[in-house]
Design a protein around this ligand. Structure first.
Ligand code: GH3
Ligand code: MG
Ligand code: MG
Length: 528
């Protein structure tokens, strides 16, 4: 048989291939379901190598030495076939490695007995040379003890086959093809054990070739079949269950990957709901969202937020990541959408709480000051600050109760708010003290405005809870400045001093506060 002349080389090729597969699958040694395959492949590699050594050696003693060496991986190949299958079908297989070391004890004993056989002959009753088709290897007649050891080892391979066959029925349907492939691979060495003697195939090292299909099938199914490989399975599960929408586009802006959340969010964004967005162009969707479109088209990476004019309160966070940073022109984009609506609502709530007085709805003192100091004074105008305090408010509380007092403060504040809605900034700066800031062309205008406000407020009727109607008067301190560089604290101090003067000089009046003109005050007619 001419093809037989290359036999040792086939063995060496088999060895190199198995060793390569073993080394390349070493990196998965910690993944459940794949922890033992790399060992099995290295073992098969050693079987091939030792067989090649046996055939290629010329002396009987070195042939015998290689033969003995070959027995060790041969025995362990059965044990690790079992380990691979057990780990694959019942991951994580707890305590498996401890069980394996226990199962390996007889195999170690077997190897020791084989190596020392020339002294005791417990394992082999006859040792000779067998030459078939020009291939000469060691032939042995095993003793009963040796047969027991061999059967013990082969039992693991048979158990693995049975376990895998039983697993076929409970495994997910989508795994059927690869499980069948693996089972077919496994059946080769199992059947070969029984078939080779029947067919009288006695070529040395043939068993190594019988194990090869099993390891190749396992390699192909566990490492090369993408749905079978653990990492992609985990990735798909994570991908599909993510709350964030993940959308991947290619260089032609077509959606090539999208998860379920992504489908929903794109429909929400666009107002269209196709069966799937997969394969569709992203352009038409983004036309209605220029903020995303411009960044997307320029492949600009970054995070930003978009709000929906159509649905108040809905806010999405958008992250854009280029899929090929080195070659932007040919790059697709990864778009990650996250629903920020709750976060946004919470933020607004916090901002509201931090800036608005919860009783009256006016700005609180801190925010009022912040708003006033950040405001630019327009050309040709000055800034006026009204500080006012309700007169004898304690009396309201004492007469009608604190709740009625609160109610009075609320309705009073609504009137202030209404009066300065589009022309001033209003704040509650103390218990029953308020401030209004507005622009006026000169101090006389400001004074007129303050006086008009005082008059308005004392004419305003506050209706209390139980129907009682009262009028409140206010004492006002006014400060005015035309200098854009005016320091707010100075303005406030002048207004406060003026308010104090209003209070101490009869209440229900406006006093103009200015260093040079502190004495200037406007006496008003007391009403109410
Ligand atoms: P004056 O004309 O000198 O300003 O007299 P007044 O009674 O208004 O002044 P005073 O500062 O002595 O009293 C202010 C009162 O305002 C005392 C306090 O109980 C009341 N007050 C402050 N904040 C609130 C509030 O939020 N609700 C109610 N109901 N009363 C308040
Ligand atoms: Mg008061
Ligand atoms: Mg007061």
């Amino acid at each position: 048989m001419p093809w037989m002349q290359g036999y040792p080389y086939y063995l060496i090729m088999g060895s190199v291939l198995s060793l390569y597969l073993g080394v390349s699958s070493y990196k998965y040694r910690n993944s459940p379901g794949r922890r033992y395959l790399w060992i099995l492949m290295l073992i098969v590699g050693f079987i091939f190598a030792a067989t090649a050594g046996e055939i290629m050696s010329s002396s009987f003693s070195s042939k015998l030495w290689w033969k003995n060496v070959q027995q060790i991986p041969l025995f362990f190949s059965n044990l690790y076939t079992y380990a691979v299958i057990k780990d694959y079908i019942s991951r994580p297989a707890r305590g498996l490695s401890r069980r394996l070391s226990f199962f390996a004890v007889p195999m170690v004993a077997d190897a020791v007995l084989i190596f020392t056989d020339s002294y005791h002959h417990w394992m082999r009753s006859e040792v000779g040379i067998n030459t078939v088709a020009g291939i000469s290897g060691i032939s042995v007649k095993p003793t009963v003890l040796s047969m027991i050891f061999i059967s013990y080892a082969q039992l693991f391979c048979i158990v693995a086959t049975v376990l895998l066959a039983a697993y076929l029925f409970r495994a997910p349907k989508k795994e059927l093809r690869r499980n069948l492939l693996m089972l077919a691979g496994l059946l080769v060495p199992v059947v070969a054990v029984f078939l080779l003697p029947v067919l009288k195939i006695t070529i040395t090292g043939f068993t190594a070739f019988a194990i090869m299909p099993a390891t190749l099938a396992a390699y192909l199914t566990l490492y090369r079949d993408p749905p079978a490989s653990l990492n992609p399975v985990a990735q798909i599960t994570i991908f599909e269950n993510m709350k964030d929408g993940i959308i991947l586009t290619n260089r032609n802006d077509r959606i090539i990957e999208i998860n379920e959340a992504g489908e929903l969010m794109l429909s929400e964004l666009s107002g269209q709901s196709p069966e799937t967005w997969l394969g569709r162009s992203i352009d038409s969707l983004l036309e209605t969202h220029w903020d995303i479109l411009t960044r997307y088209m320029h492949r600009t990476e970054g995070d930003f937020e978009i709000e929906f004019p159509r649905r108040a309160g809905t806010c999405y966070g958008v992250s854009l990541v280029s899929t090929d940073r080195d070659n932007i022109d040919d790059s697709g984009m990864l778009i990650i959408l996250s629903d920020h609506s709750d976060k946004k609502r919470y933020e607004r709530e916090l901002v509201y709480q931090a800036t608005v007085d919860d009783l009256t709805g006016l700005f609180n003192r801190r925010h009022f000051i912040q708003m006033v100091t950040s405001r630019e004074i327009p050309e040709g105008a000055g800034i006026a600050l009204l500080l006012f305090d309700i007169d004898d408010f304690k009396l309201i509380n004492d007469t009608y109760g604190h709740i009625a007092g609160d109610h009075a403060l609320i309705t009073f504040s609504e009137e202030v708010q209404r009066t300065y809605k589009n022309r001033g900034i209003c704040g509650r700066v103390g218990g029953e003290e308020f401030a209004v800031c507005f622009f006026a062309s000169d101090k006389h205008m400001a004074l007129e405005e303050a006086e008009a406000f005082r008059a308005k407020m004392c004419n305003h009727v506050v209706t209390l809870d139980k129907g009682q109607m009262i009028r409140l008067t206010v004492s006002i301190g006014l400060a005015y400045s035309e200098q854009s560089s005016v320091v707010f604290e100075d303005l406030y101090r002048h207004a406060d001093e003026a308010l104090y003067r209003s209070k101490t000089t009869g209440k229900n009046k406006v006093t103009f506060g200015e260093q040079s003109a502190l004495r200037e005050s406007v006496k008003s007619v007391t009403t109410g």
